[in-house]
Ligand binder design. Structure first.
Ligand SMILES: [Zn+2]
Length: 501
């Protein structure tokens, strides 16, 4: 059976992804005369932050009016405080895509969480195994290898394995025990998580329980399998030069402040304080769910002053602008280093098998958003989409956009999950470990940067100084001893020693 089509619109934040998606959907509903038979389109949101109900300003949602009647799905479906993990989103997106195809409509996936889109299109390439949606997962019988490992567990860890804790874990002793348990059952996966990251450690343990075997075994199996695609996918990457984009992003932050950003952040703070009993967990909350939205962390500090100053406000605005620009940069890096290598591998195998690209990919230049949007983004996107749906020959990506040549030059990066897992392996830095029971951990791929870091170098210098002092003391002692022996041999009293015969 041939794969059904999907359009995926990605690109940096603030570049016009939602706008293009709506324009494409409207163009499709107006195109009755085309042979492809798709009547209109539905938009499936792939922006992790926009899955949250409300919080329209901080998450940059399009307004009802801007939607122009086009259906938007998987938007406004999670409550702040809840989590939407990638595995769950992929399941929901697949279901929505099926429904859309059944209505003879075209699914358009759009959003900045391109990582989600990539794993929707190319299945089984995650360096971790996410739990399926729903809590009704049943534990699988243990594989002989895992059963062997479980039988060797010390009694306290065996009890822990039998009843894995739920919820937030703040006790470092328990956190360390959980990590030790994971290290004994699946050392490869354990090496990826910091022992403090209990949420992830517990999830990995649950995955092992549900599958009856170590997660790393399943990942290794998936790595050996060739890359596949779930849909015939047209990737449209909207790009703008940072010089043009950054001022636009700055202006958008100012606009968000005017539109009520601070009120939303205060609401989020209230929800957070209702949900978390202790201040201890407040610092970890920035790393989950909607609290990762750019702006929350930056304004949280400002809002916690009893009498916030104008200066603190300006700093929060500036920090938010900087975080936004950094985010845009990371998104481009993801496109070049993660998506393109996967697309290339996939296309090479589809060309050799069927003679056609399964994932044609185009860069569209939105550097100039004024009059040029129509000619360099909207029209080319419509034309390519129609040709893609009708199975016609598609244009050369470099003829569509000049910037594509530079952006689409591929640097080799490993794409298989086992290699990614290896790169993310954590190693303990003995130098930076203060307490042996709470080891200091660094990502393997970042080890080079870590040993150059100021903290690490300072500790190394101190250790060297101590070692030098030790050596100097030992030399002094040895010299003293020698002098003593010599003087004893000569039948004299040792110098500096109060030895009387
Ligand atoms: Zn160190």
């Amino acid at each position: 059976m041939s794969l059904r089509p999907l359009i995926a619109i990605c690109g940096t934040t603030g570049v016009g992804k939602s706008k293009l998606a709506i324009e494409l959907a409207l163009a499709l509903s107006a195109s009755e005369g085309h042979k492809h038979g798709y009547r209109g389109a539905r938009i499936i949101n792939a922006d992790a932050m926009q899955t949250y109900i409300g919080m329209d300003v901080i998450t940059n949602k399009v307004t009802r009016q801007e939607m122009r009647g086009v259906e938007h799905l998987l938007m406004d479906c999670k409550r702040p405080g809840e989590q939407y993990v990638i595995g769950e989103w992929v399941q929901d997106a697949m279901k929505t895509i099926d429904e859309t195809h059944e209505r003879n409509q075209l699914p358009i996936v759009v959003g900045g969480t391109a990582y989600w889109i990539q794993h929707l299109v190319f299945p089984n390439r995650l360096p971790s195994i996410e739990r399926p949606a729903g809590d009704d997962a049943v534990d699988a019988p243990l594989s002989p290898a895992l059963a062997e490992r479980v039988s060797c567990l010390p009694p306290d860890l065996l009890r822990l394995w039998a009843e894995l804790p739920e919820g937030n874990i703040t006790d470092p002793v328990l956190a360390m025990s959980l990590h030790k348990l994971l290290s004994l059952l699946d050392p490869i996966v354990a090496a990826r998580w910091h022992w403090r990251d209990s949420r992830k450690v517990v999830r990995e343990l649950e995955v092992i329980k549900e599958n009856g075997r170590p997660a790393s075994e399943i990942i290794a199996e998936q790595s050996r399998a060739p890359i596949t695609a779930r849909y015939r996918t047209l990737f449209l990457w909207i790009h703008a030069n940072p010089d043009a984009l950054n001022p636009r992003l700055d202006a958008r932050v100012d606009q968000m402040v005017e539109q009520g950003l601070l009120e939303e952040i205060m609401t989020l703070q209230r929800i957070a304080s209702e949900n978390t009993a202790s201040q201890d967990t407040m610092s970890s909350i920035y790393t989950t769910g909607i609290y990762q939205a750019i702006g929350y962390k930056e304004f949280h500090h400002y809002l916690s002053y009893p009498e916030p100053s104008e200066e603190a406000f300006e700093k929060a605005v500036e920090d938010m602008k900087q975080a936004t620009r950094k985010y845009a940069k990371r998104q481009v890096a993801w496109f070049r280093n993660k998506l393109l290598p996967a697309v290339k591998t996939m296309n090479e195998s589809s060309v050799s098998e069927s003679g056609s690209l399964v994932a044609p990919t185009y860069v569209l230049d939105a550097t100039d958003v004024g009059d040029k949007w129509m000619s360099s983004v909207q029209k080319p996107a419509e034309r390519i989409t129609h040709d893609f749906l009708e199975g016609k020959e598609l244009p050369d990506p470099f003829s569509v956009c000049e910037a594509a040549r530079e952006l689409m030059a591929i640097k080799y990066k490993p794409t298989d999950p086992a290699a990614v897992l290896e790169a993310r392996r954590l190693v303990t830095c003995d130098m930076c470990t203060v307490n042996k029971d709470e080891p200091f951990m660094v990502e393997n791929a970042n080890w080079g940067a870590h040993v150059k870091s100021r903290t690490h170098r300072r500790l190394v210098a101190r250790a060297e100084r101590l070692a030098d002092e030790n050596i100097a003391r030992r030399i002094a002692e040895r010299q003293k001893k020698k002098a003593l022996e010599k003087s004893l041999n000569n039948g004299e009293a040792a110098p500096d020693n109060d030895i009387s015969h």
